[in-house]
Design a protein around this ligand. Structure first.
Ligand code: ACO
Length: 398
């Protein structure tokens, strides 16, 4: 593009959640916990678990294609793919590169973004910068996680919190005012080891010893993380809102990272806003890290919680400690999302595997019995997103 467009609008959105449900009652049979404890301390009732044939890339590709269909563009019109994840398929290549091939794009640059649960917001802000600088016209921004393969199902502090899924948006260049406005991003490295995954990297390469020590699982200091989140989320959102020239009372809906209902309540309190302004779906999915904000965003729009002209804020915190927020003026027809979702089914998308390589069974032993339950494959979309209206396949308007 010769002249930089001034605005980056959300034109497409989509999400994907695996069909297999892991309930609090399932977890009661694994660790010393209770549905009552989990619901009262976190708000989470169930989460999704990816099937053996699914990966971060495959879930990301489904969500990404749904966002592209919602935007009404061809996959090859995407100039840049940014994929936020802390659970990539491999150390290399990037998961974004695998997604590029799976969605049938030949042109885009593709890279992963590592900022833990803030990753999608960081990637969104990066996409906005690419668009407003004139370097890209359409950017596909994805948050995708397969956390259930990195959890210790004997550690009740962590295994109850996380789940799998993917969400995506398409950001498109326009001279019309609206779209992404104020951005705020922070990183506080003094919290670096409050949520971390010790082994597998250069400091502690994977070995029989690291596995025996359980260092390939997520570790977390819950209380410290909680303190950081409640301290930071409201101020990060506020700075983003002020950079957009607005006040918190001007915001129609907040889409916060879905980690813990008490953290979201603290954000509402910190901004002096009622909980009705906070979108919450963590009871269904748990914490899906970088996927949580885009899943929540797509769900909020498809449920009719966002109208053209509304101002919304996406805000997240995560390992690092990172936090990020973007204030967005919504301009797309919300009705497009349901049709975009219905237009792409998981079986339509394939991520190519290397020739002559048999990977090990990826399902953690603790989840194997649950994954053998009947009805785990080919669940229709209305079961993937319970209660949603109008999911019959239909033509997506151009
Ligand atoms: N079931 C039952 N009891 C439990 C469980 C469980 N699953 N987990 C902990 N407990 C016990 C503790 O052992 C403790 O018992 P004790 O008093 O006998 O020692 C008691 O419950 C209270 O534990 P706390 O840690 O004080 O519980 P808290 O109210 O702080 O809730 C929680 C813990 C839910 C983890 C909370 O601190 C939290 O949500 N923190 C933020 C975590 C988070 O959001 N992480 C994601 C970050 S995003 C990213 O980048 C990945």
């Amino acid at each position: 593009m010769s002249t930089p467009a001034r605005y980056a609008h959300v034109t497409g959105w989509g999400r994907y959640a695996p069909s297999q449900v892991l309930t609090n009652h399932d977890l009661e049979r694994m660790v010393d916990t209770s549905d009552e404890w989990i619901v009262s301390r976190t708000g989470i009732r169930e989460r999704r678990v990816a099937a053996a044939h699914e990966t971060t890339a495959s879930m990301a590709a489904v969500a990404g294609l749904r966002a592209i269909r919602t935007a009404g563009i061809d996959p090859d019109e995407i100039d840049l793919i940014l994929l936020a994840t802390l659970t990539p398929d491999y150390w290399m290549p990037s998961t974004a590169a695998l997604v590029k091939e799976a969605i049938g794009n030949t042109r885009a640059a593709a890279m992963d973004v590592a900022a833990a649960c803030s990753g999608f917001v960081y990637a969104f802000a990066t996409a906005q910068a690419y668009i407003t600088s004139g370097m890209a016209k359409h950017v596909l921004v994805i948050g995708a996680e397969l956390l259930t393969r990195f959890l210790d199902y004997t550690d009740r502090n962590t295994c109850i919190l996380f789940g799998d899924g993917a969400g995506a948006v398409v950001l498109s260049a326009s001279d019309e005012p609206g779209g992404g406005l104020g951005i705020e991003m922070t990183t506080e490295p003094q919290g670096a080891y409050m949520i971390w995954l010790p082994a597998g990297g250069a400091k502690s390469p994977p070995s029989a010893e690291t596995v025996a020590r359980g260092e390939h699982y997520v570790r977390m200091e819950g209380k410290e993380t909680y303190r950081f989140a409640t301290r930071t989320l409201a101020t990060t959102a506020l700075t983003s809102i002020q950079r957009a020239g607005l006040e918190p009372s001007d915001i129609d809906l907040f889409i916060p990272h879905q980690a813990n209902i008490r953290i979201i309540e603290a954000v509402a309190k910190g901004l002096d806003l009622p909980m009705e302004k906070m979108f919450v779906n963590l009871h269904k999915y748990g914490n899906t890290s970088a996927a949580s904000v885009p899943i929540a965003l797509a769900e909020a729009v498809n449920e009719g919680r966002v109208k053209v002209g509304d101002r919304i804020v996406i805000v997240a915190f995560g390992a690092g400690f990172t936090s990020g927020a973007v204030t967005i003026q919504w301009t797309a027809d919300p009705a497009r999302g349901v049709a975009g979702d219905a237009a792409v089914q998981p079986e339509d998308v394939a991520v190519r595997l290397p020739v002559d390589w048999d990977s090990v069974d990826p399902i953690p032993e603790a989840l194997a019995e649950i994954m053998r339950r009947p009805g785990t494959v080919d669940v229709p979309l209305d079961d993937v997103v319970p209660g949603e209206q109008g999911h019959a396949p239909q033509e997506v308007p151009a």
